[in-house]
Design a protein. Sequence first.
Length: 195
Amino acid sequence: MPMSPSAALRPTYPIRTERLLLRPLTDADVDALLAYRGRRDVCRYLPFEPMTREVIETRLANDFARRELTDEGQALTLGIEVAATGALVGDVVLFWHSRLHESGEIGYVLRHDVTGRGYATEAVTELLRLGFAELGLHRIIARLDERNEPSARLARRLGMREEARLVHNEFFKGEWSTELDFALLAVEWRARTFG
């Protein structure tokens, strides 16, 4: 049954997980964002080039400034802060694609020096909760480059099902890229979460 026309996501910040705080990004985050979003190796499989300070400042004033989702076509980007240290170690994004189809998409990027600590799993687990339990989405997808094995492992760890392998579907950063599409339904998320 499609979501009500008044459906929206208006979180109270910061959103606390076991070790992390998910929160809106601010102008104070420019240097921390530049430390990972400005790196070619971090951005290798992401749909943007390494960002300059100016690009980050523009994004902070525009799309990163969103603090809620009120309609389809919007995206909510939240910083991943380690609660114990206050360090910004990455960010996650929830896209609301369609009100009728109750569909969304997740994305994530982490600082290169903090991978392997479970921060992405913890942050994206909370992002899925926001999408399914708070916004009421029916289906959430993740699309990634096949060569990005850590992202594929994360999607699988979260219980997402690989639904498609699109061979050389996009000319991406100077070469043909094979895309993997993962998905999770609300009913599957509830079964995994509440068992």
